[in-house]
Design a protein around this ligand. Structure first.
Ligand code: NDP
Length: 289
């Protein structure tokens, strides 16, 4: 079974590369395309790639993911997250390819105080979330055979993410302030990748929007604290409010996702975030000896 992975040199794309050679993926023929090899904003290039090959699935890991930069670079963020998503959907439709697309908890405004369900109203408060939501709509309007998986606070041993930033800062500083009034769930990219493989191997036709994160709830402060504790880094960590750490983009205060739908549909057991963090830190240590 042939599978196209777009945005292959990013964090999630690299995670798929790391598992492509493993036993569980041995029947799957992955084709990895970085942004240079396949620009998803280029309709003709996407058309040629998808219609010229026999892909059963396309996993879209390509996105404009810098939440703060998206506020200034509106046009580019829109082109990648909306036009790019539409290009994939239209051409997947033509080539009978199932599209597995990754979206975000930032489609929500964060005013709820119970975990967000798939059908809760999306009301993004930043440009990144807005483009990701419009990208979802572009897929839904152009392709029936889609899985849109909204995830949150993705981290891993690959690419740029909060875990790696904390480890770097932990090695450089004695003291650090991290916000405690934004609450969500850290998600290990490897756990998400395994879920995507599970859906593919099940040949599921339960298309639609799903929420997936690790289990549990944390603030960014809790997440940082746990990283330092598990990695034995001695640092004076201070909890601060978002107002004390102003950023160009506003973030939702609460973005915990309800995962009942994906658990029930696919019979999944989801790891608790602290357990997955310890797996990720071990993987990080191996790479960075
Ligand atoms: P990364 O930023 O690590 O990777 C995104 C990749 O997309 C990069 O390799 C980038 O390439 C590539 N890309 C950018 N523009 C294009 C283009 N026009 N054509 C093809 N590829 C392009 O993101 P993650 O792996 O962390 O994120 C994966 C998905 O998960 C995204 O959809 C994101 O929105 C979603 N998500 C991420 C979260 C997070 O915390 N990171 C949280 C929730 C959801 P290059 O580097 O060359 O520009």
């Amino acid at each position: 079974m042939k599978i196209l992975v777009t945005g292959a040199s990013g964090q999630l794309g690299s995670t798929f590369k790391s598992i492509a050679a493993q036993e569980q993926a041995k029947d799957l023929d992955f084709v990895f395309k970085s942004s240079k090899e396949l620009d998803i904003t280029d309709f003709a290039a996407v058309h040629e790639e998808l219609t010229g090959s026999d892909y059963a699935y396309c996993i879209n890991c390509a996105a404009f993911t810098n939440v703060d930069k998206a506020e200034a670079e509106n046009e580019l963020a829109y082109r990648i997250n909306v036009t790019g998503a539409r290009n994939l959907a239209v051409n997947c439709n033509e080539s009978s390819t199932v599209l597995i697309h990754i979206s975000t908890d930032f489609v929500f405004d964060g005013f709820l105080n119970t975990p967000y369900l798939e059908e809760d109203i999306a009301r993004p408060i930043g440009f990144y979330g807005d483009t990701k939501y419009k990208g979802e709509r572009a897929i839904i309007n152009n392709l029936e055979e889609h899985f849109i998986i909204r995830t949150s606070w993705l981290y891993s041993e690959f690419g740029h993410n909060f875990m790696k930033t904390m480890l770097k800062l932990g090695a450089e500083r004695d003291e650090l302030s991290v916000v405690y009034d934004q609450v969500g769930t850290p998600t290990y990219a490897l756990d998400l990748a395994h879920v995507v493989l599970h859906i593919i191997k099940a040949h599921s036709i339960d298309y639609g929007v799903y929420h997936y994160s690790n289990e549990g709830v944390a603030s960014w402060y809790d997440f940082a604290k746990e990283i330092f504790q598990q990695y034995n880094i001695d640092i004076n960590l201070k909890p601060i409010r978002s107002e004390e750490y102003p950023t160009p983009a506003e973030r939702p205060k609460f973005s915990v996702l309800d995962k009942s739908k994906i658990k029930n549909t696919f019979g999944l057991q989801i790891p608790y975030w602290k357990d997955s963090l310890s797996v990720a830190l071990k993987a990080y240590s191996k790479i960075n000896i």
